[in-house]
Write a protein that binds this ligand. Structure first.
Ligand code: FAD
Length: 390
């Protein structure tokens, strides 16, 4: 066991990670890399599609519309994705570029430009006829520009979670699959974890339960809300136009919807989804996985208007959910009133790309008591008074 903790007797591990989805798998990987004895608890299997991860791809962007304070985290995440790829011997991140498309006077497009300026990010700005010729797949309106983020692309979410969890297990982590954590009780010396099978005692706990967080920690109900998102896929008139070398990932802001998408990954379908205004989910275990006609019609209208080379009727649709915070930024820090318990949740529809660095940050907070990364904007103090970020 790691030295330096004041701890009780008969501990099962130094640290336990509750929820081995996106963030939990990355934290397990990073903790195990540091030689920490660590347990993971996951209510489903590893790489499951019942929560926030799944659906074939996730966008990776560096010129960040959610705010320039994320850029250092994303740059480090890019290195860590490459590290995980090399350890796992697989491809997880493909950097085929990313187009942010919209009116440059909107807040999100301004944020993209601010990120580029502040961190001197590799990019191109395209407008008018030149933009249309270069990327004829997108229909542009007179007010629109395209910003090509050269350090953008797509991730493979299922494989990423599995790769991180596999690496963690190879390095000594133990993962309890199909094991639901019912309750935790913390004291000065450690934390007792009650699962639907057995009880465990560890030094510290990291909670990465994603959309279930409000359910799992009732004190956090007001901070984290589960919301439902629908992903949709379309066929193309000429699929070659939508291959990764010709069709960068994109995020497009337009009144009424936010269309995001990836090139074809299977050679037959292109993912384009409306990710604006995800719907509140009262009970994550009963997530409604049916997609209603209005949802299909809205995204179909958007595709017909904006990407004329796609056939506008969705051929595949699937439902996921994420944990949202009131300001759409995650919360990483101590759980108020619970000693030795840290939380990382509320990634609000944009956390996948940064998950390896979140794994590293949470590892530093748990083991060193502080982190070397700039995460003031993610502090729990936004929602709770006098909570330390360690
Ligand atoms: C449709 C959709 C599209 C997205 N697109 C992008 C994108 O393009 N780019 C991007 O960067 N981000 C994107 N995101 C956001 C990103 O996927 C999430 O922010 C991220 O996956 C959240 O990770 P998490 O670890 O918090 O949650 P999850 O990955 O859901 O992990 C939580 C895990 O905890 C487990 N769990 C919960 N409660 C318990 C319990 N009591 N006991 C044991 N286990 C438990 C769950 O089963 C689950 O496996 C998208 C999200 C969605 C839903």
């Amino acid at each position: 066991m790691n030295k330096g903790y004041e701890r009780g007797v008969n501990m099962h591990a130094d640290v336990a990670v509750i929820g081995v989805g996106t963030m939990g798998s990355m934290a397990l990987w990073q903790l195990a890399k540091r030689g920490i004895s660590v347990l993971g608890f996951e209510q489903y299997g590893i790489g499951n599609d019942r929560s926030a991860a799944g659906g074939e791809s996730r966008l990776f962007r560096t010129a960040y519309m959610e705010g320039q304070e994320y850029v250092p985290l994303l740059q480090e995440a890019r290195h860590l994705w490459k590290e995980l790829e090399s350890e796992a011997g697989t491809t997880l991140l493909t950097l085929n570029g990313g187009l942010m498309i919209g009116d440059p006077n909107t807040e999100v497009m301004k944020n993209v430009l601010k990120s580029i300026e502040a961190f001197n990010l590799e990019h191109e700005i395209l407008a008018g006829k030149y933009a249309e010729q270069r990327y004829p797949q997108h229909r542009l309106f007179s007010e629109d520009i395209m910003i090509l983020d050269k350090n953008a692309g797509f991730l493979r979410p299922e494989l990423a979670v599995i790769s991180a969890a596999d690496r963690a297990e190879n390095l000594g982590a133990k993962i309890h699959r199909y094991t639901k954590v019912k309750d935790i009780h913390s004291d000065k010396l450690g934390v007792t974890i009650t699962t639907d099978k057995e009880e465990y005692r560890v030094g510290k706990v990291l909670i990465t339960t994603g959309p279930w967080t409000g359910k799992f920690l009732s004190g956090f109900k007001t901070v984290y809300e589960a919301r439902r998102l629908v992903l949709t896929w379309f066929t193309a008139k000429d699929i070659d136009m939508f291959k990764p070398d010709r069709f960068p990932i994109f995020a497009r802001m337009r009144k009424g919807f936010r269309l995001t998408g990836t090139p074809t990954l299977d050679g037959t379908m292109v993912k384009a989804s409306n990710t604006k205004d995800p719907v509140y989910v009262k009970e994550p275990a009963n997530l409604n996985r049916d997609v209603n006609v209005d949802e299909l019609r809205t995204v179909s209208d958007a595709v017909r208007e904006l990407i004329p080379g796609l056939k506008p009727d969705p051929v595949r649709a699937s439902v996921y959910m994420d944990s949202y915070s009131p300001d759409d930024h995650s919360v990483i820090g101590s759980v108020p009133g619970m000693e030795n318990v840290l939380i990382a949740s509320g990634f609000s529809g944009h956390g996948f790309k940064m998950s390896p660095v979140i794994g590293k940050i949470t590892t530093e907070l748990l083991i060193d008591g502080k982190t070397s990364y700039p995460i003031n904007h993610l502090s729990p103090n936004r929602f709770f008074q006098n909570v330390s970020s360690t």
